[in-house]
Design a protein around this ligand. Structure first.
Ligand SMILES: Nc1nc2c(ncn2[C@@H]2O[C@H](COP(=O)(O)OP(=O)(O)OP(=O)(O)O)[C@@H](O)[C@H]2O)c(=O)[nH]1
Ligand SMILES: [Mg+2]
Ligand SMILES: [Zn+2]
Length: 314
């Protein structure tokens, strides 16, 4: 590159914490943080695709003291919002997210099962493991908590029962955040910030507020923000996930996003069974037998209608 500066400070490896389009904040393995830009060649290679969570090499430009990204390492995972109709043109929310942690409250606000299932489908659609946190359990009748949890445990999701007000379940939750990149999500008021503050008292992290305040400012292109945790790992705050809009998942793939359906998906009488009213449907048979929760199946049906509608509109 004719205009490439002659860089050559030592290379540092780091993680992209945030970005505003041109300048990215990178946290190196030694804990130092740098504002960096993409170098000419990487930029030309189409790396407007660079995302929060990317694992990169950075180097200091010895002429100007500016830092730039010299290499983007292969991604483990990709949390992306697909274009409708299954077209390519996806919008990357964050790279290298290891898990999605979905927080709901037992009460105040009441848990909305359709919304829980929607978050889970987003995780499944991106092939990222998910777990559920039921917070404010001290407000609920234990039997009701168990009944709600059972729907998800039966589907194979780990469920954490937590309370910030009458502390419980906090150590177990901290254990699963350590050394992983976690997209923490859930509706407003369920206690996401309270949980993080209870787990990491020194951190005074206000998950949600960070990206919201950035997004309300001038830099509307800013998506997720990665927040380093004191004992290793990161929490990603993803405004894109919270909106839970249309993710462009092809409607035919929705059944695969319900893990408890998967074992029987080949057994329906019709190969293109939508698991609604078709005769010989193995999924509905599972609902009748009680191996698949009726609530989950109902969510599936609602989400399917939604996806089909958006496909028609597209
Ligand atoms: N009773 C009870 N209240 C809680 C618990 N955890 C959090 N809260 C309260 O719930 C309210 C909302 O908590 P936040 O932590 O701000 O919720 P949030 O999920 O971060 O909400 P947003 O930032 O709007 O997305 C606060 O008044 C908290 O004190 C809990 O375990 N039990
Ligand atoms: Mg919050
Ligand atoms: Zn079927």
């Amino acid at each position: 590159m004719s205009d490439s500066p002659v860089t050559r400070g030592p290379l540092l490896r780091g993680v992209v914490l945030s970005g505003t389009g041109g300048v990215w904040r990178v946290r190196a393995q030694d804990g130092t943080e740098h504002d960096v830009s993409l170098r000419g060649r990487l930029k030309q290679d189409g790396f407007e695709k660079l995302a929060v969570g990317d694992d990169v090499d950075i180097a200091e430009d010895m002429r100007g003291g500016a830092w730039s990204i010299t290499r983007i390492h292969p991604r483990r995972t990709l949390l992306a919002r697909r274009a409708p109709g299954g077209a390519r043109g996806e919008r990357v929310v964050a790279a290298n997210v290891d898990q999605v942690v979905i927080v709901f409250a037992i009460a105040k606000p009441e848990p909305h099962v359709r919304m829980i299932d929607r978050f889970l489908v987003i995780a499944e659609g991106n092939e990222i493991p998910a777990r559920l946190v039921l917070n404010k359990v001290e407000l609920g009748d234990p039997a009701a908590v168990d009944a709600l949890a059972a729907n998800y445990e039966r589907a194979g999701y780990p469920v954490h029962r937590t309370s910030v007000k009458q502390p419980q379940g906090l150590d177990a939750l901290r254990d699963v955040l350590v050394n992983r990149v976690t997209a923490l999500t859930g509706p407003s008021g369920v206690g996401k910030s309270s949980l993080i503050n209870a787990l990491y008292p020194g951190l005074s992290l206000r998950v949600g507020e960070i990206s919201e305040s950035v997004n309300k400012g001038r830099h509307t292109t800013v998506g997720a923000v990665l927040v380093p945790l004191p004992d290793g790992g990161y929490v990603v705050d993803t405004p894109g996930l919270r909106e839970v809009g249309m993710w462009g998942l092809p409607s035919e793939s929705l059944d695969h996003c319900f893990p408890e359906f998967r074992p029987v998906l080949g057994e329906c009488r019709f190969q293109d069974c939508a698991h609604l009213a078709e005769p010989g449907c193995a999924v509905r048979a599972g609902v009748e037998r009680g191996t698949i929760s009726a609530e989950r199946h109902e969510s599936y049906a609602k989400l399917l209608m939604e996806l089909r509608e958006s496909e028609r509109a597209y």
